[in-house]
Ligand binder design. Structure first.
Ligand code: MN
Length: 489
């Protein structure tokens, strides 16, 4: 056995030890030996011994601080499919829980992207797998991430298929589960294979820009730290962060590829102790730096549907540069990175960490209960599970989930407030439709907007379904009333 394999396993042990010192390390070693034996003699397309792949998968999961059964299932995830050992062997050695995780990953392996017509079916399978055991998805993400990293060894057609699956299926689901870090990594790797030219262009652009901005950023960070200290506000960290590669690319496409128009390309992130401090910091920043209109976002009082919370503001620095500042607590930072995965996260003391659940997760947990009460039912289960939710698509394939009965106006507001306010018409599956038309799962919805339109139509309140649309329409209309009153005087 190459020495290197042992070294990788040592690293894995060390990583687990850091967040979970009381883990059953004998069981972890057993899993490693088992995987080593099972995959003995087989190679990856890259020419490496196969076992590097499950090791890398487990390492990713350990870096996400996942509980031991998840890490072990990561080590064993390809055993039943690719070796002479069976799921029963895993059950005998590692118990039912780990065996069922491995089984779930094996089953998910059959999901393949075959273009838009199979898209819904794939998504459905994926969601069902989530509803059955969310941990399976986490393992599948780690598995896919390593497959992407070794994609260079595969023929071009396979590269394209695997990378498309990631952009069309995995990344939207990671996003839905609030796993931004995972989503960003998956997208960046897939992007590289699907759009190699654009990827290289962007890589270079980022390098040039960060070099140019680094010094300036450090100056602003030092300035901010000093101001916060003077105001006696405790902070844990003030740092710079670069926008995720693929989201940056998509944003650039909307701004004529002009990086100077993407204000959150580099943002400053301030981590503080509690929510009260978040707002104090925001106040101090606005006192010393003028905020840009319409760019203050309070995701603490109104978190995104996937649970994302943070305060965002874009400000003019004293010398006139524009920069985005994000303010959040440590817990919000953790959740933004790991999302749903934070539920299987161990803190340093090795105790299970309780995190606030998003509504979406509550729903899934409910389904999960219903499903496990009747396993047979699961076989026959169709999209009905999601009967009170529909999944519709933006023209570039992003999935938006809405309550059943939602209309194009609900869709518009869930994409962006401005899209809602400026909405004048809609194409559903390329056909003109009315704004009160009830959407169906699988519809591709394209909202037509008029940039000059400032306010929504009050009649929309009669048919919109989501509270997000209702609230935004009402608040925009009240602004108009206020302006009208003011102009009359
Ligand atoms: Mn695998």
């Amino acid at each position: 056995m190459p020495e290197d394999i042992n070294k990788k396993f040592k690293t894995l042990q060390k990583t687990v030890k850091q967040y979970h010192p009381k883990a059953d390390f004998d069981l972890l070693k057993l899993a490693f030996d088992f995987a080593l034996e099972a995959h003995k003699g087989s190679k990856r397309m890259s020419g490496e011994d196969y076992v590097y792949h499950p090791l890398a998968t487990a390492q990713t999961l350990a870096e996400m601080k996942m509980s031991l059964p998840i890490v072990i299932a990561g080590l064993l995830h390809d055993v039943p499919e690719d070796t002479n050992f069976t799921l029963d062997d895993i059950k005998k050695n590692f118990g039912n829980d780990i065996a069922s995780l491995v089984n779930g990953v094996t089953k998910l392996g059959t999901i393949k992207y075959r273009g838009i017509e199979r898209y819904i079916e794939n998504l459905r399978k994926m969601f069902l797998a989530i509803a059955k055991d969310l941990r399976v998805i986490l393992i599948k993400f780690a598995d896919r991430l390593h497959n992407l990293k070794t994609l260079y060894a595969l023929p071009r057609n396979k590269q394209i298929r695997i990378a498309s699956e990631v952009l069309e299926i995995y990344a939207p689901i990671a996003n839905r589960l609030g796993m931004y870090e995972m989503k960003g990594q998956l997208e960046a790797e897939a992007f590289k294979y699907l759009y190699p030219k654009e990827y290289n262009w962007l890589k270079q652009l980022i390098e040039e820009q960060s070099k140019r901005k680094e010094k300036y950023l450090n100056k602003v960070i030092a300035f901010l730290k000093k101001q916060l200290q003077e105001e006696n506000v405790d902070f844990i960290e003030v740092k710079g962060r670069i926008k995720q590669l693929y989201s940056l690319y998509k944003k650039l496409l909307r701004h004529d590829k002009d990086i100077n128009r993407v204000y959150d390309f580099i943002a400053i992130r301030i981590i503080v102790k509690d929510i009260a401090d978040c707002y104090s910091v925001l106040g101090i920043i606005h006192k010393i730096m003028k905020p840009l209109k319409g760019r203050i976002k309070d995701y603490i009082s109104q978190p995104k549907p996937n649970g994302y919370s943070s305060l965002h503001t874009t400000v003019f620095t004293p010398d006139g540069e524009i920069i985005e500042v994000q303010i959040r607590t440590e817990e919000m930072e953790e959740e933004a990175e790991y999302g749903i995965a934070a539920h299987w996260y161990y803190d340093e003391k090795g105790s299970f960490k309780k995190h606030r659940q998003t509504k979406w997760i509550d729903e899934l947990t409910e389904w999960q209960k219903e499903l496990s009460a009747n396993q047979k039912f699961l076989e026959k289960l169709k999209i009905d599970v999601f009967q009170d939710r529909i999944f519709v698509f933006t023209p570039n394939g992003d999935v938006i989930d809405l309550p059943a009965g939602a209309t194009p106006v609900d869709f518009a507001y869930s994409v962006h407030t401005d899209v809602g306010n400026q909405c004048v018409g809609v194409l559903i599956n390329n056909q003109i439709a009315t704004l009160d038309k009830k959407l169906k799962s699988g519809d591709v919805v394209q909202v037509l907007t008029d940039k000059n339109r400032k306010f929504p139509n009050a009649d929309w309140l009669k048919f919109v379904k989501t509270s997000i649309a209702k609230n935004k329409i009402k608040s925009s209309l009240s602004k108009r009333t206020l302006i009208d009153k003011f102009l009359k005087k």
